[in-house]
Design a protein around this ligand. Structure first.
Ligand code: FES
Length: 303
């Protein structure tokens, strides 16, 4: 092989794959800040273009062996022909891709662990069924402040507060309750009912304290968040409506079940239409364009 031919072999093939790979890495970094979907798209782009880049490199520097019975005059390119320079270039390219991949994985995996896993393992608020006692303790049309221990073994740290209103019955004759969780959906401060509390009528049933309140709205003392009587955000920094509990009635007792998040509530009481979502952290949008723009994955709607 002449010197000229060897020079021609050494020229790297022009390729857009590194640019695509860099775009993918940039998308990953941007996605880490603003959006998990952007992060996933970036990872896919980086993987695809990285693969094409590696494949291109292999093709650009073929290493072939002489086939048995090949004509003696046929050109054969071997490691020795390709030379040290080409090996070094290939090695550096592959090393760049490998190190970039390792750095990307090192940055991405911990963030994914903290950002995505919580949506599969819960949001840190345990929810067990809680028996609030006979439904006759809940006068129709009035909110009751119910405080209880979520987990008696953990003691006071598991104390929770719910605002419960007996809405009477739906058109189908099914008992209806509004059961609102007191945690503010801005940053998690305890929300307070705005209205007079009847301390004289306080009662305790099976460790659950019930206190009647005329709640015209709910307010958060931390940053001025305000919610209407259905838990819809009225003012301030909260990003959605107050979270609610599922409920059931067993043997005449009101049972609080799982928590869920709420986009918006239309109407009031027994005829209200509730946009229900899987439980999300405070500060997380559950619907609208904002749910795509912020890093914590928005759980899907459950109807
Ligand atoms: S935590 Fe409630 S308004 Fe900020």
């Amino acid at each position: 092989m002449s010197e000229e031919e060897r020079d021609t072999q050494h020229l790297p093939a022009p390729s857009l794959w590194p640019i695509g790979f860099a775009v993918g890495v940039a998308c990953i970094l941007v996605g880490l800040v603003i959006s998990v979907p952007a992060l996933i798209v970036g990872a896919v782009i980086a993987l695809v273009f990285g693969f094409l880049w590696v494949r291109d490199l292999m093709r650009a520097h073929p290493v072939t062996a002489a086939a048995p019975g090949a004509p003696a005059a046929a050109p054969v390119v071997t490691h020795a022909d390709v030379g040290d320079n080409v090996d070094r270039a290939t090695f550096l390219s592959l090393a760049t891709i490998g190190v970039s991949g390792l750095i990307g994985a090192g940055v991405t995996l911990p963030v994914l662990g903290f950002g995505v896993l919580p949506s599969f393992v819960g949001d840190g608020v345990e929810t067990h069924d809680v028996d609030l006692g006979p439904i006759t303790n809940f006068p129709e049309g009035q909110y009751m402040i119910a405080t209880y221990l979520e987990n008696p073994e953990q003691g006071e740290v598991s104390r929770r507060t719910a605002f419960i209103r007996n809405n009477g019955s739906t058109d189908a004759g099914v008992p209806s309750f509004t059961a609102i969780f007191s945690r503010c959906v801005h940053l998690g401060c305890p929300v307070q009912p705005n209205g007079p509390i009847d301390e004289q009528a306080k009662q305790e049933v099976n460790g659950v304290e019930l206190l009647p309140v005329l709640a015209a709205s709910f307010g958060c003392p931390c940053h001025g968040g305000l919610y209407d009587s259905e838990g819809n955000r009225s003012a301030g920094p909260p990003v959605r409506s107050l979270d609610r509990y599922e409920f059931s009635i067993k043997d005449g007792n009101l049972i609080l079940g799982r928590l869920f998040s709420v986009g918006h509530v239309e109407g009031v009481g027994a005829t209200a239409r509730i946009q229900k979502y899987y439980m999300a952290y405070p500060g997380v949008h559950v619907d609208g364009i904002e749910s795509w723009l912020y890093p914590i994955p928005t759980p899907g709607s459950t109807g």
